[in-house]
Design a protein around this ligand. Structure first.
Ligand code: HPA
Ligand code: ZN
Length: 306
């Protein structure tokens, strides 16, 4: 475990920021795939020739990590995640993330993963889940950081597909593919990917099922029209948390409801700056939200991409 230094050792604000103990509640494991790791994993799997043309060198990958909006980002994000094929690849993304954030003072992390983005490429759900959980077990022991996982549904796919994925996951739990205490580390379900035209209520049934099975619920709301999506997530899905939710400053009544219900918001400044309508983060009035007692946390989202 890394420990806080004495006051004398904290020389600059930057040092202090690194050393403050942190919880990271909103990070996509696939969003931690940096160009170096993409190459390393592709090489190990003898799959360099399968990389897309804009991923043929570290420089060209870095150049393609550049987007004007969520859709452009998602296209690159899914391309990058195609490099993940085997159990050990999934273990490695967790271990690599923990290794990095150890020096950022992270003590606890809740990490999203997108199973459907891999199963639709023919990867077995068992490979994904086993790989991630074994990686998590090794990382917790090695780095002294605690972690849990959130299974995210892709909102641009059907609810039927989400239900099938969730049921497959429940079956794997029954089969005890790893020890129970590890399986319990998948604590919630979320909703991410392309938001426009895919509102939260499209997933009412699968969220209800997940709640009944004891999982926490959260939902990304951050593209155009997201205020309505925050309302639907809170009022129709009964979520425990809103991810991003940057437009909440626009509706005082809804904001007060979230304060009363203690529904937290996982704010992600860097991705918001890069892919939202305005790069000016002051618009979202983070200070004002905190003054109103809204629970707002700061997170990295997809650190390798932003
Ligand atoms: N929004 C939606 N889907 C995502 C994101 C995001 O910020 N990151 C990874 N998948
Ligand atoms: Zn996110």
């Amino acid at each position: 475990m890394n420990s806080i230094s004495t006051k004398d050792e904290i020389k600059t604000l930057n040092d202090l920021c690194f050393q403050i103990p942190k919880s990271e509640l909103h990070v996509h494991l696939e969003g931690t795939l940096d160009p170096e790791m993409i190459f390393k994993i592709a090489e190990r799997n003898n799959a360099i020739e399968n990389l897309p043309s804009n991923f043929k060198s570290l420089e060209s990958i870095k150049k393609s990590y550049n987007y004007k909006n969520l859709e452009e980002f998602l296209e690159i994000y899914y391309l990058a995640s195609k490099v993940l094929l085997k159990e050990e690849d999934f273990s490695e993304i967790v271990m690599n993330y923990f290794k990095k954030v150890l020096n950022h003072g992270v003590k606890y992390a809740e990490m999203f993963f997108d199973p459907q983005s891999h199963t639709r490429r023919g990867i077995k759900l068992e490979t994904i889940i086993k790989g991630l959980l074994i990686g998590l077990k090794i990382s917790e022991e090695r780095y002294g950081i605690k972690g849990n996982l959130i299974l995210c549904f892709l909102r641009d796919l059907s609810e039927e597909d989400a239900i099938k994925t969730f049921q497959n996951f429940l079956e794997l739990k029954e089969l005890k593919i790893v020890e129970d205490s590890l399986l319990e580390k998948i604590i919630g379900v979320g909703l991410d990917s392309s938001e426009i035209g895919n509102p939260p209520d499209k997933f009412k049934n699968v969220f209800k099922l997940a709640k009944e099975k004891g999982f926490k619920l959260c939902c990304h709301c951050h593209d155009e029209g997201s205020l309505e999506n925050i309302r639907k997530s809170v009022e129709e899905l009964n979520v425990d948390r809103i991810d991003h939710g940057i437009d909440i400053y626009l509706d005082e009544n809804l904001l007060n409801k979230c304060v009363d219900k203690r529904i937290p918001y996982t704010f992600c400044p860097l991705s918001t700056k890069k892919v939202q309508r305005t790069p000016d983060l002051k618009v979202y009035n983070l200070d004002g939200l905190l003054e109103k007692d809204l629970l707002v946390t700061v997170n990295s989202d997809d650190p390798a991409f932003f």
